[in-house]
Design a protein around this ligand. Structure first.
Ligand code: ECB
Length: 135
């Protein structure tokens, strides 16, 4: 059966998140708030069509895309950049490249056991977020 990311996931661990925010030039005050947040990921998957909602008490971020279709992404409320994004399957991993001002930027999602993993990369920084299923 193909992988299904759909569901509600709550952040459990967030390794190197502040380093990731720094490399994106997020200011000190915003970083301190951001690293203290609980994040919830709400994912709706319909085949190769995805809707990702990243929710917190401070800011929310929504991203909808289709695998293999490049799109313009504005990271509004995050680092507020414009990038060209493309998501592909690499086996059961969902791999996004975000072309723009910052080198080597992108993310990867996969599921292992009952956990959702998100690796966020920018330049030489790799942040690893691990989520568990909510309810
Ligand atoms: C939206 C909750 C976090 C709010 C943090 C506020 C300010 C931080 C500024 C820049 C941070 C850059 C990324 C934040 C990390 C997670 C948010 C979503 C990252 C992302 O692109 O997730 C993908 C894959 O799940 C779907 O958009």
């Amino acid at each position: 059966m193909p992988v299904d990311f759909s569901g509600k996931w709550v952040l459990e661990t967030n390794d190197k998140f502040e380093e990731y925010l720094k490399v994106l030039n997020v200011d000190f005050a915003t970083r301190k708030i951001a690293i203290s947040l609980s994040q919830t990921k709400v994912v709706c998957q319909d085949g190769d069509k995805f809707d990702f909602k990243t929710l917190s008490t401070f800011r929310n971020y929504e991203l909808a895309f289709t695998v293999d279709v490049e799109f313009d992404e504005h990271t509004k409320g995050l680092d507020n950049r414009h990038v060209k994004s493309l998501v592909k399957w690499e086996g059961d991993k969902l791999v996004c490249t975000q072309k723009g001002e910052k080198a080597n930027r992108g993310w990867k999602h996969w599921i292992e056991g009952n956990k959702l993993y998100l690796e966020l990369t920018c330049e030489d920084v790799v942040c690893l977020q691990v989520f568990s299923r909510k309810e």
